[in-house]
Design a protein around this ligand. Structure first.
Ligand code: NIG
Length: 423
């Protein structure tokens, strides 16, 4: 499809322009709270890129020269679009029937053992067509855009065999072509043991290594490979085997680690050079020190703890104090976190994990971009970056978490095009 270049746009006079600009490394320690705020800031786009960022007065003339369409952002905050680096976007239906179980005391693992959880989503996916999976995901993507997300990771994982995983990947491909958003595809190679392999876990892992990983990698359908490495899921050895296989095919590893029990999965992430390790509820002090010394992004998913009604949250403050690169993501999925709203994740990060609003915003934008290896393009507002930005109906960035659980997004711009405008 031939698309014309978008016309120049001039977003002027923002009460606060959060640039998140900085050196080309993930934000750690005190640098996580530095957002590069410009008062009375403006962004001028040209085509799909940011042309200039600066004080409004200094950009007026250039905007006139380019005949840019101007948007008055007085009393608003402008910031980069959210980079949601952990989602399970493609599933069929929901698991609303399980919603009341944790409220009555059942744990996530008990629900899974009783045949609910990932297995029940896999059964639904098996019966669903590419068309119906795409239709449901498309509606969610519109909601992501409306809530200010411009880039998101999309995992497979509800297929549990090569044919079904390839079906999910066809859906992701279709959505990549038509969606205004950037989708970063991940093969979630080990998620749950299919019923047909009960008691034969080692054979299943071999099938994943011999069939699933090569057939997906050969078709160049994904950038990342992920494993659920936890109690009741897969062991560190299983995951090491599969992630190494993926790495040999050029896929970048990431791991769902230390969510339900401490297993050593975060250390595996460091050993294998993962882009990120995600969840991290059960980290030890030694893990935290090791993560701080590594380049692996520690991605925290407080929506899960909120949705399951858990009392404890991942140790964000300890990670930040140690110097780890912390990111935040929704973990959008039907079982543990059915929310597309990164603004609410920021509120949870503040109230439940004691992150400051500035730290949480950086974790949800620039550090998310590092977790997806896209920080040279997205996550900050700097000349030459993709023109991915949002305009929020607040005049102080702290109001994003303060007025919690509402959508502040007025406008979402992706690659220089307005893809959402509040009616
Ligand atoms: O990220 N960590 C495990 N997997 C998902 C849950 C998926 C599901 O329950 O459907 C998670 O929380």
């Amino acid at each position: 499809m031939l698309r014309t270049s978008p016309p120049p746009l001039f977003f002027r006079n923002a009460a606060q322009l959060l640039t998140l600009a900085g050196p080309p490394v993930p934000r750690r320690g005190p640098a996580l709270g530095e957002m590069g705020i410009l008062p009375q800031g403006s962004v001028l786009t040209q085509g799909d890129k940011i042309f200039r960022v600066g004080r409004t007065r200094s950009l007026e003339r250039e905007a006139l020269r380019l005949r840019a369409e101007a948007f008055d952002c007085r009393g608003r905050v402008i910031m980069p679009g959210f980079v949601d680096s952990h989602t399970h976007l493609i599933f069929a239906g929901s698991r609303v029937n399980d919603y009341e179980l944790p409220l009555r005391g059942k744990t996530y693992e008990e629900i899974a053992r009783a045949g609910g959880g990932i297995q029940s989503s896999a059964q639904r996916v098996r019966k669903a067509s590419v068309h119906s999976l795409a239709q449901q995901a498309r509606e969610f993507l519109n909601e992501f855009a409306a809530h200010g997300t411009t880039t998101l990771e999309v995992k497979t994982g509800y297929g549990l065999d090569a044919a079904q995983e390839l079906k999910i990947l066809r859906v992701i491909q279709l959505l990549q072509r038509e969606s205004g958003l950037d989708l970063a595809p991940t093969l979630l190679a080990l998620h749950a043991l299919p019923a047909s392999f009960r008691g034969r876990r080692a054979q299943y892992v071999e099938t994943v290594v011999d069939r699933l990983v090569p057939s997906v990698a050969r078709r160049k359908l994904v950038e990342f490979i992920d494993c659920f490495c936890d109690r009741g899921a897969f062991s560190v050895d299983d995951c090491r085997r599969v992630l190494r296989a993926g790495r040999q095919w050029g896929l970048v590893p990431r791991i769902q680690a230390e969510q339900l029990a401490h297993t050593g999965a975060a250390r595996l992430g460091i050993e294998i050079g993962a882009a990120s390790v995600d969840h991290l509820d059960k980290l030890t002090a030694a893990d935290i020190r090791a993560l701080a010394r590594s380049d692996v992004v520690a991605t925290l998913l407080p929506g899960v703890n909120f949705h399951l009604g858990l009392k404890s949250y991942p140790p964000a403050r300890k990670l930040i104090a140690a110097g780890a690169a912390v990111a935040l993501a929704t973990d959008f999925n039907p079982g543990t976190s059915p929310s597309v709203n990164m603004q609410f994740i920021i509120s949870l990060a503040c109230t439940q994990m004691r992150m400051t609003p500035a730290e949480a915003i950086a974790a949800a934008t620039v550090n998310g971009a590092f977790a997806l290896r896209r920080a040279d393009r997205v996550g900050s507002l700097e000349a030459g970056r993709q023109a991915d930005l949002i305009v929020l109906d607040v005049d102080d960035y702290r109001e994003i978490p303060y007025y919690f659980a509402v959508n502040h997004c007025l406008m979402t711009v992706k690659r220089g095009r307005i893809i959402y405008l509040r009616p």
